[in-house]
Design a protein around this ligand. Sequence first.
Ligand SMILES: C[S@@+](CC[C@H](N)C(=O)[O-])C[C@H]1O[C@@H](n2cnc3c(N)ncnc32)[C@H](O)[C@@H]1O
Length: 262
Amino acid sequence: MLGDTPARDYGDKLEAFSRFAEPELRALIGELGIAPGMRVLDAGCGVGLVTAWLGDAVGLDLALAHARAARERVADVVVGDIARLPLRDAVFDLVWCANTIHHLPDPLAGVRELLRVLRPGGRVALVQSFLLPEMVFAWDERLEREVIAANRRYYREKYGLSERDVTGMRALVGLLRRAGVADVRARSVLIERIAPLSAADERYFVETVFAGYWGRRVQPYLTAEDWAEVQRLCDPEAPEYALRRPDFHYLQSLSMVVGERT
Ligand SMILES: C[S@@+](CC[C@H](N)C(=O)[O-])C[C@H]1O[C@@H](n2cnc3c(N)ncnc32)[C@H](O)[C@@H]1O
């Protein structure tokens, strides 16, 4: 649905986000009570940073470059499609699947496939960022809304998606319930950063968010004035640079929905 293929490689962005959100990701992982000896699968493991934080987990990804990067960090990485997992039935105690299930053409079938490889009583944890709108320009909600809408339009047009396709990822609770998962629970944390930022967080915003996710992609969907202002806000050399403003305050939600295979 979002154009993932075995040949696609956006490992740099995945690595940057995992490092940026490490405290919050580790907080969610901490809630899962992972004990030594538990068999854990990271489905859609990307470059494997989080897989390594999940204990002795097995990583699985469709993209060859991502799986290759994950193998540098994790002993057991499988190349495969969540829609048809190359794994036996009922072997895992926990499946972690972060920011991945909505990449599948049929997320419900994907969840059912994840359940197939869980033992009865095993748990599935779907993790998703941005269920709530993020806050980037705390002082200018209008401009922030325009930039985020422009970015969404870029992705919708690139992948031929409707608004409903894009927002479908919000329905994680319903997705698990429709798959027949028991004891569904939800837990969200906020990724929150204020000025002054650490050098690593500043680099993440400048390189991954401003240049990588926004950049020229948003220009066609903004007025000339808004585009000029966004460029100034995102430019470390400009006096208006957002990240050195004393009122810089960033918020992003990170949600985990967990349930049990009956
Ligand atoms: C947004 S990334 C998230 C990666 C990782 N979970 C993380 O949090 O960094 C989605 C990942 O799922 C993989 N992926 C997409 N569709 C997949 C599928 N059908 N089966 C397995 N992996 C898939 C992509 O290659 C990518 O690595």
